[in-house]
Design a protein around this ligand. Structure first.
Ligand code: ADP
Ligand code: MG
Length: 618
């Protein structure tokens, strides 16, 4: 019997549970703690008909990964991954442990684009058959030594990264210091980050980038279909008082005939690369308070800097880092909106939280706006707006200061409206002639319930009559289901019996609200009980759970690094500005990768689950 063993240096925790799960039963590895991936693991994937994402091979893409591939065939033998690496992988370095000899001809080895095909079982068998064996030396001492080298290197690079972050404002409020969220300049710490960029397939990245302008248009069109918005959210409105209040403002604007001529969208559409299907699927689109255009640009710069310095040692190239101009693109959109508004004395009003750990991301944007255009930004909470704002003939003033653009970095969660004063402030801002980012209709168009309604057959297509565009956008939709109406009973039953395949999402923004795993069943059962009286199910949508590809990343928080199994979520920013019928701006506007430990369900950076990252295109 032939066994193929993949050994990863520097990956202690890597998939060990799965490996032991597989090999334990075969008794091949015994209790050896070595980080190994096995042929059987690969074959299991393949045998299971799920060959779209050969995990082990992605593992090899990691910059820090010094891997060797051993083929055990009877008396032993091996061939070196270095050869494989030179053919397929632009990252990572192969190492030949134990004097394995490469005898595979290049033609027999996979090409970069055909990893999936190559990992088919029959081909693996062929691959293995052609390997001539020499000897196998399982040099665990050398492996241990490698790990030490890696650790030393990381220890060396981490201070460089931390210095760069501190010097360049890649910082957030330090929660451990009282007042850091309210007092600017007090208690800053580097943003949680990934030391190196994480591999992301170039074609999936480009797919997401190319969707940005389509999603901008979609949001704009949906926002203008008042009947669709009101009807789609009608049942949510009954059971979710927050959505109901937003809809009330929307209705009031319609009743008063107040049209928003200038619409500004600063969006971020988030995606995961689903391992099971190999598809890039949208998690959600943010139309309010899309954060990290500022720090997202900086993490890209940091990664570029580190790769310029240390890239050679790890086979990493700056060419694989995509340009990221998110901060400038957001500043440009705000400046153009100000220009369209046409009052040079007016300023941008940033509506903020009283306490904000992520304030430097916001300050970066304001600072860049000033540098590039120059345009002033003032910051107020909704409570302060309530106290200071007035309308003169619909023109918005904060005190005596005229306002051109209202840019919300709060106002998306119920907690942002602790009293009626905040709701009155929101209404006042909406009534004003200032450009709102977002307007109430853009805010509603970004609701998860709307995402789910658009996924229904034919609905997206109503807004996107161009069939090719609609096809492209729909391709990025994950499974989304309403919990009421036709077909819902069936999907609820399915989710109760197989909760791991779903995420239950309430109509909320800001992270930490979704329901996963066994809680999906429990919550659905409870909601079913309540259904007769309250129709509470309408407050939620069900979504297909995505399982992104697992990478290995050095995560850095509060100055301490750890090597983790991680999954990533790609956000692509989009900027859009329309004045009446004139589309002034519709752009893809940079990106953000957020990476979290693979066993964490939620994903927000500000919410404390993920770290900032950038993609390394492969
Ligand atoms: P929020 O408005 O709270 O940001 P999201 O829809 O973005 O809501 O969900 C929060 C996080 O939960 C995401 O960043 C992602 O990490 C995770 N998540 C959301 N939907 C899914 C899904 N369908 N499959 C897997 N993880 C998901
Ligand atoms: Mg989100």
């Amino acid at each position: 019997m032939t066994h193929l063993k993949l050994m990863g240096h520097g990956y202690p925790p890597l998939l060990s549970h799965q490996i032991h799960g597989v090999w334990g039963s075969h008794g091949v590895w015994g209790s050896h703690p070595s980080p190994c991936l096995s042929f059987t693991f690969l074959r299991n994937r393949i045998c299971g008909g799920n060959c779209s994402s050969p995990l082990a091979f992605q593992l090899l893409l990691h910059p820090w990964h010094h891997a060797s591939l051993h083929v055990h065939s009877g008396g032993g033998g091996g061939f070196c991954l270095q050869k494989l690496h030179s053919l397929r992988f632009s990252r990572g370095r192969g190492r030949c442990l134990g004097g394995g000899r490469i005898v595979c001809k290049s033609a027999q080895l996979p090409s970069a684009s055909s990893a999936t095909a190559v990992m088919r079982e029959d081909r693996i068998d062929k691959l293995v058959d052609r390997v001539e064996t020499t000897s196998v030396v399982q040099d665990w001492e050398e492996e241990k030594e490698m790990r030490m080298v890696m650790k030393e290197l990381v220890d060396l690079i981490v201070p460089e990264a931390l210095a760069w972050a501190s010097l360049n404002g890649l910082v957030v409020g330090d929660k451990s210091i009282k007042g850091s969220g309210t007092n600017v300049g007090l208690g800053m710490v580097h943003a949680p980050l990934s030391l190196f960029p994480t591999s992301f397939p170039q074609n999936a990245f480009m797919q997401a980038v190319q969707l940005a302008t389509d999603f901008n248009i979609l949001i704009d069109r949906v926002s203008q279909d008042t009947q669709f918005l009101q009807e789609a959210l009608a049942s949510t409105q009954k059971v979710d008082s927050f959505t109901a209040r937003l809809l009330d403002i929307h209705s009031q604007m319609l009743e008063e005939g107040l049209k928003q001529e200038i619409q500004l969208g600063l969006h971020r559409s988030d995606y995961m690369l689903d391992m099971a299907t190999g598809s890039l699927l949208q998690v959600e689109i943010n139309t309010i308070s899309s954060s990290f255009a500022g720090l997202g640009s900086l993490i890209s710069k940091l990664h570029r800097y580190l790769i310029e310095w240390y890239g050679d040692a790890f086979g990493l190239k700056v060419e694989n880092l995509p340009e990221n101009n998110a901060m400038d693109a957001f500043a440009e959109a705000l400046a153009l909106a100000w220009k369209e508004f046409g009052d040079t004395s007016a300023v941008v009003l940033m509506v903020v939280h009283k306490e904000e750990g992520n304030m430097y991301d916001q300050y970066w944007l304001a600072s860049r706006l000033w540098e590039l255009y120059p345009q002033k930004v003032i910051r107020r909470t909704l409570a302060e707006v309530a106290a200071e704002a007035k309308l003169r003939d619909r023109q918005l003033f904060i005190g005596e200061q005229a306002v051109s653009v209202v840019y919300y970095r709060s106002g998306y969660a119920p907690a942002d409206y602790p009293s009626e004063a905040e709701w009155m402030a929101r209404l006042l801002l909406e009534r004003s002639s200032a450009v709102k980012c977002p307007s109430i209709s853009y805010h509603l168009a970004g609701a998860k319930k709307i995402q789910q309604e658009l996924a229904k057959p034919g609905v997206l297509e109503r807004f996107m009559p161009d069939r090719e565009v609609a096809r492209k956008v729909r391709k990025s939709f994950a499974g989304l289901w309403s919990l009421e109406g036709e077909g819902s009973a069936q999907v609820i039953e399915e989710a109760i019996s197989n909760p791991q395949a779903f995420v239950l999402k309430p109509q909320r923004e800001g992270g930490g609200n979704n329901i996963y795993g066994a809680d999906v069943s429990t919550t659905l059962r409870e909601l079913q009980k309540d259904e007769e009286q309250q129709g509470l199910l309408a407050a939620y949508i069900l979504m297909q759970r995505m399982f992104p590809t697992i990478s290995s990343s050095y995560l850095l928080r509060n100055g301490i690094w750890s090597l983790e199994d991680t999954v990533s979520e790609l956000g692509v920013f989009g900027t859009y500005l329309r004045n009446g019928h004139n589309v002034v701006l519709n752009k893809e506007a940079g990106h953000l990768l957020r990476t979290k430990v693979s066993n964490s369900d939620e994903g927000g950076v500000a919410a404390g689950f993920a770290v900032l990252d950038s993609p390394y295109l492969t």
